[in-house]
Write a protein that binds this ligand. Structure first.
Ligand SMILES: *Cc1c(COP(=O)(O)O)cnc(C)c1O
Length: 478
């Protein structure tokens, strides 16, 4: 089908790959996996029946499984492997720091050099209001930290009534109690009695579902207006903050109209509400700017990051704290009773420093902005002519398309048919990792992807859309 010019790139690669997969007894690993390993967001029983896929090696934008099969990772792992797999510089940075000093905490009036250097570097690459950072180990912990910071801020300003944080339906902010509560995933709220008190949600700015018949711009203003309606409904003196992802990732790559964020900014300013940007996916070059708020033109007070900060090589997250909050917290706050054993972990920070250095050395942000994202847009939007595709859109290096039953009327499939998952099955089977969120098929490839590789990826996607269409016809679902 496709030429695999990448399959043997160097003389060493083939033997290394053979070693990696030969060393793994797939059946044995699968048996142990189902006996002991509870996976995140997984139906354990169902997975045990199907048999889990064992990934053993990564290089560039490709992964290999234990059967020696190559896949193109269109999702950068989980939106995080921005600089691609197999970067020796990152392994070396971790190794050097582990040998020097693997760990010390930042409690008790101490610090470590990588954490300090990273804090300064993050201040440098972030928008100018951000001069301070609070480190966590993940995006979820970052958003828990946001809740603590926001509540503390308003207490310190002697406005303790301001406690409500407004998020969005189908937003994703992680899976801890606070993270899942800020997010608007009904299936997550249904388990564990969420959301926790003090959190409300407004509808998402998804034109395809809520705005058809309107222009994108008019819909963006309308969707932002839902925030103002909510604020007026509960009372402006009770609202502490609004949180949103620049574009919604886990929700299915929901790209807001250009008019949306500036209007959200205006509303937050008008009522004095803190604006929080969850940059866990959009940060570190994903949209062709360092942060998504720069792409969409707004000025947050707090900014959560994780994933791309280390390209996923080691866990690290945190919150950029803007001047407005930092001034109050530092000048009036005394001790902030919050933090983690691994806040500012020296090894994680050393890897992040090297990762950000790679992003700069290789001009990845500029490359995405000027070259790969316009190229991806051109190629991906052309998939819209496919009979199964109702709408195909991109922003930076994320893209999503909607599978529809009737292209002309944009009639969708019944959700219980699971057409997205069926399509995902064809993708996985044919060496392409593309994720399904309902019937939205989405990608977010590593930022190092080349034009030739984008061509290869689009060919794979088209081919798998054809296979999906064939299967739907055979089943008489279309
Ligand atoms: C992944 C993600 C999180 C959660 O990060 P974890 O590291 O999985 O805790 C939070 N917010 C957004 C926008 C994410 O995509």
């Amino acid at each position: 089908m496709m030429t695999n010019q990448f399959e043997i790139r160097t003389a060493e690669e083939r033997p290394a790959l053979m070693r990696a997969s030969a060393a793994v007894d797939t059946r044995a690993i699968q048996a142990l996996d189902s006996a002991h390993y509870l996976h995140p967001f997984t139906d354990h029983k169902l997975l045990a029946e199907k048999g889990v896929r064992v990934m053993v090696k990564g290089e560039g934008i490709y992964l290999w499984d234990s059967e020696g099969k190559r896949v193109l990772d269109g999702m950068s792992g989980l939106w995080c492997v921005n600089v691609g797999y197999g970067r020796k510089e990152l392994a070396d940075a971790a190794c050097r720091q582990m040998m020097e000093m693997p760990y010390y905490n930042s409690f008790f009036n101490t610090t470590n050099v990588p954490a300090v250097k990273l804090a300064a570097l993050l201040a440098e690459v972030s928008p100018p209001q951000f001069q301070h950072v609070f480190f966590t180990n993940s995006g979820s912990e970052g958003n828990d930290t946001v809740v603590r910071l926001v509540r503390r801020y308003w207490d310190l300003l002697e406005q303790p009534r301001r406690k409500l944080i407004i998020g969005r339906i189908n937003g994703y902010h992680g899976s801890t109690m606070a993270g899942a509560s800020l997010g608007g995933m009904a299936y997550m709220h249904a388990q564990g009695d969420l959301p926790i008190p003090g959190i409300a949600h407004i509808q998402q700015p998804y034109w395809f579902e809520h705005g058809r018949g309107m222009s994108q711009d008019a819909f963006g203003l309308k969707a932002a207006g839902w925030l103002e309606e909510k604020i007026l409904e509960v009372g402006p003196d009770r609202v502490a903050a609004f949180i949103g992802e620049p574009l919604q990732g886990a929700g299915g790559v929901i790209i807001p109209p250009d008019s949306y964020w500036p209007e959200i900014q205006r509303i937050c300013d008008r009522y004095g509400i803190l604006l929080v940007s969850d940059e866990v996916i959009c940060g570190f070059g994903r949209l062709g700017e360092w942060f998504g708020c720069q792409k969409f033109g707004y000025r947050p007070d707090l900014m959560t990051f994780a994933k791309g900060v280390t390209s996923g090589y080691i866990p690290l997250g945190g919150v950029m704290v803007g001047k407005r909050v930092a001034d109050v917290l530092i000048d009036k706050g005394g001790e902030f009773e919050h933090g983690f054993t691994y806040s500012g972990h020296p090894v994680a920070c050393a890897v992040a420093l090297e990762n950000i250095d790679i992003i700069r050395r290789e001009s990845l942000v500029e490359k995405v902005r000027d070259d790969s994202s316009p190229y991806l847009r051109h190629k991906f939007e052309a998939l819209a002519v496919h009979p199964l595709v109702g709408m195909a859109e991109t922003c930076g290096l994320v893209a999503g398309l909607v599978l529809v039953r009737d292209k002309r009327t944009l009639e969708c499939f019944a959700p219980e048919l699971g057409v997205g998952m069926l399509c995902r099955g064809h993708m996985f089977g044919n060496g392409m990792i593309m994720r399904a969120v309902g019937d939205r098929m989405i990608i977010a490839p590593p930022l190092v992807i080349t034009r030739t590789q984008i061509d290869e990826m689009i060919d794979l996607i088209r081919c798998c859309l054809d296979a999906t269409l064939d299967e739907l016809r055979q089943r008489n679902w279309i």
